[in-house]
Design a protein around this ligand. Structure first.
Ligand code: GLC
Length: 428
């Protein structure tokens, strides 16, 4: 990138950074969202990359639209489940890599209004989010296997120009025709390797002029508002100063509906552990479902998500709200989320009637078990808090994850106890 290019970006970078703190607040306080992958690949049920990995000829793949029939009302069911699971926002695949658009677009006839269900699924999805009180995110794959210039744009300047116009047209429609959009979630900026190639600056400036409050992810070759680690939830120190959102499939195999994947589906407990790690590292969790081609929610997702929702009714204060401002604790002192004068200790394994918590310098005022709502007996000596007389059996029946709420007079500081070897060797 040239110096001139760098300098020309500065006003944009500065303006977005200045407004980010405000724009991103609701998202950081929400922590938990639902990803929905739906497309023609849902008909095959073999993976959302099937068109590419199985070398399915275009003409044959296009025929899948005849069997792609999401029922009216299905978007409302996803949104209703998301709300019941305690999720606060959703992100829906308006266009995946296959190129089939799920909205009423003028950029291509390959869309769900001209074929398949003959309806604008993006419009239905957005209406459903609003009806359930959820923020609205749209996923858009920059990579496109259907557009005639989607590959050749890599080396042919004319193809690139046409493809960028198409891309800008699609993104412009999504940002103009449906009222407020809260998140633009780009994916796979291939085959163009740079922000210059995609003209991402100009495109995102357009997006922000149409949707001033929007959050944009980091997949248009620009860092923008938040990072998107995929397939793993790790409270990495390096990413904590920036918004990050771990996106996860529901089965470790595929984002799209996948027949037979239920054997690998997450249990409630797995989801709670991922959520705890995200909260510990001041990040978000975006958990996916891949509806069937008639729009139904995969059966294996319903019970675990409903259980997570019930769990959040009791433990939500350890998840939602201004965890950010309190700073994060290192992960090796256990899973801890923090807010104001409070530390929430997540106990994922029930190790009997005592639990020691090391490293707290400030005197603790009270300890409550959020799972039971009851006070917990404790002693505090030096750097050690010891919770005592805990029940022998884990009190949480949803996922075996219990949270203890420790209240202090001021935001609690954590550090290695001076006598531990870790302190001596200078870990931080
Ligand atoms: C990857 C995959 C894509 C999926 C996305 C979600 O980029 O290519 O199929 O939609 O991750 O994060």
């Amino acid at each position: 990138m040239s110096v001139t290019q760098l300098i020309s970006r500065l006003p944009y970078e500065q303006a977005t950074a200045a407004s980010r703190r405000e724009r991103i607040r609701w998202w950081r306080q929400s922590r938990f969202g639902m990803f929905v992958h739906l497309g023609l690949y849902s008909v095959l049920g073999r993976h959302e990359w099937a068109m590419a990995t199985e070398c399915i000829p275009m003409a044959e793949y296009e025929q899948l639209a005849d069997r792609f029939q999401p029922q009216a009302g299905s978007a409302r069911q996803w949104a209703c489940l998301a709300r019941r699971a305690g999720m606060k926002y959703m992100v829906f695949t308006a266009k995946h890599h296959e190129g089939y658009c799920l909205w009423d677009t003028r950029q291509t006839d390959y869309n769900s209004v001209q074929s398949g269900p003959k309806r604008d699924l993006v419009e239905e999805y957005i209406a459903a989010c609003r009806a359930e009180g959820l923020k609205v995110g749209l996923y858009y794959s920059l990579m496109d296997w259907h557009h005639p210039d989607g590959g050749t744009c890599h080396y042919d300047p004319d193809a690139r120009r046409r493809f960028l116009e198409f891309t800008r047209g699609c993104v412009g429609e999504l940002m103009s025709n449906y009222g407020q959009i809260d998140i633009l979630w780009y994916d796979v900026p291939k085959p163009l390797d740079t922000a210059e190639g995609w003209e991402s600056y100009a495109m995102n400036q357009m997006v922000r002029s149409l949707q001033p409050h929007i959050l944009i992810n980091n997949r248009s070759h620009l860092p923008e508002d938040f990072g998107t680690p995929e397939g793993h939830v790790v409270a990495e120190k390096t990413q904590m100063d920036r918004g990050w959102e771990a996106c996860m499939t529901f089965n470790g195999s595929s984002w799209g509906n996948m027949k037979g994947a239920e054997v690998d589906a997450w249990r409630t407990r797995d989801i709670l552990k991922m959520l705890g790690t995200a909260c510990n590292g001041r990040g978000n969790l975006l958990l996916n479902i891949g509806p069937t081609p008639d729009g139904a929610i995969p059966a294996d997702a319903v019970a675990p998500l409903e259980a997570v929702g019930r769990w959040l009714e009791r433990h939500g204060e350890a998840v939602y709200g201004s965890l950010d401002d309190a700073g994060a604790f290192p992960t090796y002192c256990g899973v801890v989320s923090r807010k104001d004068n409070i530390a929430y200790f997540w106990r994922n394994t029930w190790a009997g009637s005592e639990q020691g918590l090391g490293g707290y310098e400030s005197p603790v005022k009270s300890v409550t078990c959020l799972t039971t709502g009851r006070p917990v007996e404790f002693t505090q000596k030096g750097y050690r808090i010891l919770l005592t007389n805990l029940p022998n059996k884990c009190p949480d029946s949803e996922g075996g994850v219990t949270v203890f709420k420790l209240e202090f007079d001021s935001p609690p500081a954590w550090k290695w106890c001076p006598t531990t070897p870790a302190f001596v060797v200078g870990w931080d």
